[in-house]
Design a binder for this molecule. Sequence first.
Ligand SMILES: Cc1cc2nc3c(=O)[nH]c(=O)nc-3n(C[C@H](O)[C@H](O)[C@H](O)COP(=O)(O)OP(=O)(O)OC[C@H]3O[C@@H](n4cnc5c(N)ncnc54)[C@H](O)[C@@H]3O)c2cc1C
Ligand SMILES: NC(=O)c1ccc[n+]([C@@H]2O[C@H](COP(=O)([O-])OP(=O)(O)OC[C@H]3O[C@@H](n4cnc5c(N)ncnc54)[C@H](O)[C@@H]3O)[C@@H](O)[C@H]2O)c1
Length: 476
Amino acid sequence: MAKILQPDLCVIGGGSGGLTVAAAALSLGASVVLVERDKMGGDCLNYGCVPSKSLIASAKRAQYMRTATKFGIAAEDPKINFGRVNEHVHRVIADIAPHDSVERFEGLGATVLQGEAKFTDAKTVMVGDQAVKPRRFVIATGSRPMSPPIPGLSEIEYHTNETIFNLTRKPQHLIVVGGGPIGMEMAQAHHRLGSDVTVLEMQTPLANDDPELSDIALKQIRREGVVIRQGVKVTQVGQKAKNIAVTIELKNGDTEEIVGSHLLLAAGRKPNVEALDLEKAKVNYDGRGIQVNKSLKTSNKRIYAIGDVAGGLQFTHVAGYHGGLVVRNALYRLPIKNDPTIIPWATYTDPEIANVGLTEADAREKYGDKFKVLRWSFAENDRARAEHVEEGLLKVITTPSGKILGAGAVGNNAGELINIYALAVANKMKVGAFTKMVAPYPTQFEIAKRIAVEFYKDKVDHPALKFLLQLNRILG
Ligand SMILES: Cc1cc2nc3c(=O)[nH]c(=O)nc-3n(C[C@H](O)[C@H](O)[C@H](O)COP(=O)(O)OP(=O)(O)OC[C@H]3O[C@@H](n4cnc5c(N)ncnc54)[C@H](O)[C@@H]3O)c2cc1C
Ligand SMILES: NC(=O)c1ccc[n+]([C@@H]2O[C@H](COP(=O)([O-])OP(=O)(O)OC[C@H]3O[C@@H](n4cnc5c(N)ncnc54)[C@H](O)[C@@H]3O)[C@@H](O)[C@H]2O)c1
């Protein structure tokens, strides 16, 4: 057996969370062993954010061609070379990959072990025949697609996010099971790239977002031609000649068969915990993931869990945020507090949907009717008009005194717009801060400024202001 490694940190998983911890700890002079069993960069780089956003970018270009007429340019039915689209997607991955590579991390001073980590006791992990006994562990093993218990699934060939980006030929008819962010982003992108697409959602599509916002996006996606069947139960799947037949049960008990060329499962995620032998490390977990406290520590105080495997919000920026927190605690014992209430998210459908902090429904639950909802339509914004992206809405939720509790947006670049509200929520800012700033004209960002003015609209009825106005009139 090789010499036991005894670094400051052993990071298990070389994805968004693990790489953040490793890079930060190395830059602070700590010794790090990094363990990855598959591809460096994890889900985000290889099977998630990067390929999906690259595919969406291709799909957007195709849509621009179809909708050019309103800009005075003859619209065209785009000639889509799906193989070339696939090359573009993989070129983007390859361009980013060096940043996440074994070579880069070894260059930074890490010992990178390429294999599967398994705990043998509360202080030791084995990777092959290499033992690692660090001062602290960080588990960042992520999640994988969940396979719902659908009869017939094991007998057919289906796709998940781990295989869909390998397709080099356009799916004729893509059936997507699950209308969450993965399902809806992939459904719209594939439809724009020329596939027929049917989404089968057992409850409500994009249910994690404010329905006032997601309805606007879903309307647009439907208008483009994606068929979204909600409230349906998939009861059977099977091969039908070269196609896949999916039987669904409707709310009234009727059944229907939908036949497609490809099936994508996007029905939620499962934490990657099984291979770790967590029982031996006395680390508690359940179906959602590893249980952690506010400091992201597990039931074994030497071991942290971060990112998707920690059972909370599943986003790359959350894994990165967790990573930044645990480095402070693990290396310097500085107090940390994981605060999920400051986390924004964006779904990259077109229009995009984004949120941070409380939604209107959250606020109602927490404050009854003691809060304000400000609304401003993108249609009122000059830049949105010029770009023909008037379909959009910004909502800001405040306390009666103007503290920003949350914001949500649907529309062009809503994901960019939400950043300023992430700043506002994290810093407990008041809406008044927006009235003091000047936004360049014409930017879409002016919506954020305009909505802040809305907050003061009813204040013009204040008796003191009315009196001052009257007085000024008298004074001439
Ligand atoms: C299609 C899709 C699109 C997405 N789009 C976005 C987006 O636009 N924005 C966003 O913020 N998020 C997005 N996400 C979510 C994002 O990818 C994840 O939240 C993020 O990757 C989680 O990071 P992580 O470090 O927790 O896990 P991962 O990045 O998955 O990394 C975990 C790593 O651990 C390794 N591993 C697992 N078990 C072991 C073991 N026992 N030993 C050694 N190594 C192990 C795995 O191989 C993997 O490389 C998307 C996800 C999908 C699937
Ligand atoms: N833009 C982004 O940031 C982005 C994009 C994609 C994914 N993600 C992350 O990845 C996570 C996982 O995404 P997801 O879309 O797989 O999961 P999800 O849990 O958000 O959505 C899954 C959907 O599938 C439905 N479903 C489950 N079983 C079903 C069945 N048998 N038949 C029909 N419908 C079924 C659920 O009702 C749900 O609406 C997200 O929660 C998000 O955190 C983020």
